[in-house]
Design a protein around this ligand. Structure first.
Ligand code: FAD
Length: 402
């Protein structure tokens, strides 16, 4: 019995692992010259592989089908920690519950994983770009040596989303499944940057500036975090946490508003009281800096929101400081998003993640239509769906060989 797993990101590798654990030899194909490029990129500033927190809070981070929650319940932070330990990589949990490999980078983990997979019966085929099926139903790959075909007993597709194309996940698989009548949701950006029509002053002086220790809110969701001003708008940190809320509001209303509380630890009356103190000959900028510690990019955000001069009345200025509105006009380009929504619709999949319209073909990872914030939730769901698809494929092989 042989399985083909196409896509060597965390989802595909986990599917292959589940298959070889059940005694099914797996051929793992990827279009890129080496495996797990997005996984390695995710590890560049610390591979946040999962998130240890209260089970209900953890499950509530996922948007998609209830089956996804069952899968991350079955293979969540605890299981991922054990799985890493078996690969010789200890886990480190940060103060906010983020789980990382102790080595922080993804490369030692990926190296150990590929060695173990090969020892267990997986064969790795880089530079194999899947192009669909040929007329006889065989898998068709483009390789530097020309086209090759494969006729596995079962197939797992784990082709990723549609962002960061240079790492391999280009979404070019979507028309191949669409042609087979598989229901797909359009790709959309998630955990992405957003566009803001900044003034020239803001763009020139503050693009690249971090805005630290603020509370951000949008559409009823809030987070204590920081973010970065960009030439085109805002991104990173708390912006990713709010990205689903901002995207929803953009889709509903055509524009969205991000509110920034510049002093989340100070109540409004206290701010108003400090502002009301006589400032003598001091400029307003000096008064804000000395009485409230507001200067630089935070002061610039106040001016930007006020459209120039700040409100003279202390109550109005205090309210602005607690909720600086930033008008969001759109999302940054899809290819720059940390993850994408859309892809294979849950309705097209059975409970084992097999495509109802293509028996023997399973799907896993970001190519399925679900969403989650950054913080380790993305890779967790990729590993969990990879495991479910691999086990589903092994069960299906077993049942069909009876
Ligand atoms: C900068 C960055 C930082 C991130 N940080 C984190 C983080 O800290 N924590 C977290 O949880 N998530 C993070 N993510 C998201 C996470 O990396 C992805 O959600 C995850 O890698 C998706 O896994 P996957 O296996 O579904 O797909 P991918 O990892 O995208 O793998 C899909 C594979 O399929 C291959 N492929 C695609 N099409 C074909 C084809 N036609 N033929 C053959 N092969 C094909 C690709 O080359 C690729 O190797 C980050 C993402 C980015 C971009």
């Amino acid at each position: 019995m042989r399985a083909a797993v196409i896509g060597a990101g965390p989802a595909g590798l986990m599917a292959a692992e589940a298959l070889v654990a059940r005694g099914v030899a797996a051929d793992i194909y990827d279009s890129m010259p080496s495996f797990g490029r997005k996984f390695l990129m995710a590890g560049k500033s610390g591979l946040n592989i999962s998130h240890a927190e209260d089970r209900e809070a953890f499950l509530s981070r996922y948007r998609g089908d209830a089956r996804l929650q069952d899968m991350v319940r079955a293979f969540g932070p605890g299981e991922i920690t054990d799985w890493m330990a078996a690969l010789g990589i200890a886990a480190h949990t940060g103060p906010t519950g983020r789980v990382f490999p102790e080595t922080m980078k993804a490369s030692p983990l990926l190296r150990a994983w590929l060695v173990r997979l090969q020892a267990a019966g997986a064969a790795l085929h880089a530079r194999h770009r899947w192009q669909g099926w040929d007329g006889s139903g065989a898998l068709l790959f483009g390789t530097p040596e020309g086209e090759v075909t494969a006729r596995p007993d079962v197939t797992v597709l784990a082709l990723g989303g549609a962002s960061w194309k240079r790492l391999g996940s280009d979404g070019a698989w979507a028309p191949l499944l669409d042609a087979k009548g598989i229901a797909l949701a359009p790709f959309g950006p998630s955990n992405c940057g957003f566009l803001v029509d900044w003034s020239d002053h803001m763009r020139k002086k503050f693009a690249g500036a971090p805005v630290k220790a603020v509370r951000l809110s949008a559409d009823g969701v809030e987070t204590r975090s920081e973010f970065v001003i960009t030439q085109r708008g805002v991104e990173s940190g708390g912006i990713y946490t709010l990205s689903a809320a901002l995207v929803d509001e953009l889709q509903r209303a055509g524009a969205a508003t991000l509110f920034v509380d510049l002093l989340p630890d100070t109540d409004l009356p206290v701010i108003a009281g400090k502002l009301a103190r006589p400032r003598g000959k001091q400029s307003m900028a000096n008064h804000l800096r000395k009485s409230l510690g507001l200067s630089g990019v935070k002061l610039a955000l106040l001016h930007e929101a006020a459209g120039g001069a700040l409100p003279g009345e202390t109550g109005a200025l205090a309210r602005l400081i607690k909720a600086v509105p930033i008008r969001i006009t759109g999302t940054a380009p899809l290819d720059e998003a940390i993850s994408t929504t859309g892809g294979v619709a849950w309705a097209a999949l059975d409970d084992a993640l097999m495509l109802r319209g293509l028996p023997g073909v399973f799907c896993a990872g970001e190519m399925i239509d679900w969403d989650a914030p950054t913080g380790g939730y993305l890779i967790t769901a990729c590993l969990a769906t990879g495991k479910a698809a691999g086990e589903g494929a092994a069960d299906w092989l077993q049942a069909s060989s009876r």
